[in-house]
Design a protein around this ligand. Structure first.
Ligand code: NAG
Ligand code: NAG
Length: 364
C-alpha cells in the first residue's frame, strides 16, 4: 500500500520533471493543475513547503532527488550502526516526516545537515545540466572573489569559464524549502536551522575546481576553469565526522545572533560557560537512546536479525556492540556462483556453477 503510494509520487515527480524540460509536451493537460496534484501527494510537507512546491514544482522535484540522495548516503554512513537509517526509506518519500527528525538526537543533527546539503547539491548540479528553467550555469559568480593560485603564474593565463555548478542557487533553494519548516523560533527549530546551515557550509567548502587547457597542441596558453559539486560521498563523510564531535546546544540560547554551545561537559553542579557554536559544528540537545529494541517513537528498528562482524569488539559492526549483549547466532548462507571458468578460442567463456556456502553472524 505505502509502496504503491511511494511509486505513484515518484512517477508523478518524474512526469512533472519531463514536462518542465519539454515545455511543448502537454500530454498531461494543464501544468499548474498537475503541479498542484503532485505537491499535495508528497507526504510530510508543511503548509509553507507546499506553497514553495506550487511556486516552483520543477525545482521541488529536484529537491526530492536531493533528499533521496541524502537517505541513501545516510544508509551507507550508518551501515554498521545500531540505528542504520533504514526507517527513512520505507515510510514515505520525505525523510522529514520520520520520527527521528522530530527529536534532538545526535542522529537527528546529522540528518538535518545531510538533507540540507543533499538538496543544495542536487539543485546546484541540475542547474548546470540544464534540467531547470529557473537557473543555469554559474558562469560569473566567482570571478574575482575566489582567486585561484593559477592566476598568479606569469605565463599561464587563467580564467573562470564554462559551466559551473550553481551552488548559490542550490543553497538559496535549500534554505527556502527546508528552513521554512522551522518557523516556530524556539530552541529546537533554531538548532535545526543551525544544522541545516552546517551541512550547507560543509558542501560549500568542498566545491571543486576543474580546468581545461586551450592552445596549440596542448600548449595550455589559456586555461579555463569551472566549479563543480564534489562527489556527495565526500560531503557525507565530512558530516559524519562532525556527527562524532557534535556539541550540546546551550539552553540559554543565542550568542552573537548564532547558536551557542556548552563549553566542555557539564560535570556535577559546576556551571559551564556557553560559547558561540562553530559554523560547521552539529548541535544536539537530547541524549540518544541505545537503539537496541524496537521503538517507533525514536525510529528504532532494534538490532535483532542484523548481520554483524565476529572478531575484534572495537571494530565497527562488531557483534558485541551491534547485538547489545544478546549474542549472535551463525547462519549458513548459500549462493550459486560461477566458478572454474575456462576461456575457449575465440571467444567464449565456460563456467561451472558452484555453491558458495558461508557462515554469517546474525544478532539474536
Ligand atoms: C538496517 O536495519 C534493518 C532493521 O534492523 C535491517 O533490516 C537492514 O537490513 C539493515 N540494513 C543494513 C544495510 O544493514
Ligand atoms: C574445478 O574443477 C576441478 C577439476 O574439474 C574440480 O576438481 C574442482 O572441484 C572444481 N572447483 C570447484 C570450486 O568446483
Amino acid at each position: 500500500m505505502t509502496e504503491t503510494f511511494h511509486a505513484a509520487v515518484i512517477f508523478l515527480l518524474f512526469l512533472l520533471l519531463n514536462m518542465a524540460s519539454t515545455r511543448d509536451n502537454m500530454y498531461l493537460g494543464h501544468p499548474k493543475l498537475n503541479a498542484a496534484l503532485t505537491c499535495r501527494l508528497v507526504g510530510g510537507l508543511t503548509r509553507e513547503q507546499r506553497s514553495v512546491c506550487h511556486e516552483a514544482p520543477d525545482t521541488t522535484a529536484i529537491a526530492f532527488e536531493g533528499l533521496q540522495l541524502a537517505v541513501k548516503e545516510c544508509q551507507h554512513q550508518f551501515r554498521w550502526h545500531r540505528w542504520n537509517c533504514s526507517s527513512l526509506s520505507v515510510k514515505s518519500s520525505n525523510p522529514h516526516s520520520s520520527a527521528i527528525m522530530k527529536r534532538g538526537f545526535r542522529e537527528s543533527s546529522f540528518l538535518y545537515a545531510l538533507t540540507a546539503a543533499g538538496v543544495a547539491h542536487a539543485i546546484a548540479k541540475a542547474c548546470a545540466q540544464g534540467r531547470l528553467l529557473s537557473c543555469g550555469c554559474d558562469a560569473l559568480g566567482y570571478r574575482g572573489s575566489h582567486d585561484h593560485r593559477g592566476r598568479t603564474r606569469v605565463n599561464n593565463k587563467w580564467e573562470w569559464s564554462g559551466c559551473s555548478h550553481n551552488l548559490g542557487f542550490g543553497i538559496e533553494f535549500s534554505k527556502k524549502f527546508l528552513d521554512v519548516r522551522e518557523k516556530v523560533g524556539d530552541l529546537q527549530s533554531r538548532i535545526n536551522v543551525h544544522n541545516n546551515d552546517a551541512g550547507r557550509s560543509i558542501l560549500s567548502s568542498h566545491m571543486e575546481v576543474r580546468c581545461k587547457c586551450h592552445g596549440l597542441s596542448g600548449s595550455c596558453q589559456l586555461r579555463t576553469c569551472w566549479r563543480t559539486t564534489p562527489d556527495f560521498r565526500v560531503v557525507a563523510s565530512t558530516i559524519k565526522r562532525q556527527y562524532r564531535k557534535a556539541l550540546v546546544a546551550a539552553q540559554e540560547g543565542q550568542i552573537n545572533n548564532g547558536m551557542s554551545v556548552l563549553k566542555g561537559r557539564p560535570r556535577g553542579r559546576r556551571k559551564s560557560k556557553p560559547r558561540p557554536a562553530p559554523k560547521t559544528s552539529l548541535l544536539f540537545f537530547e541524549r540518544s537512546p541505545n537503539f537496541c529494541e524496537v521503538d517507533p517513537r525514536t525510529d528504532s528498528a532494534g538490532t535483532s536479525g542484523r548481520v554483524c562482524r565476529v572478531g575484534r569488539p572495537s571494530r565497527s559492526g562488531a557483534c558485541e556492540l551491534l547485538c547489545c549483549g544478546r549474542g549472535h547466532s551463525l547462519v549458513r548462507k548459500s549462493s550459486i556462483k560461477p566458478c572454474n571458468c575456462t576461456f575457449h578460442w575465440c571467444c567464449t567463456v565456460d563456467c561451472q556453477r558452484c555453491r558458495d556456502d558461508r557462515w554469517i553472524a546474525v544478532c539474536k
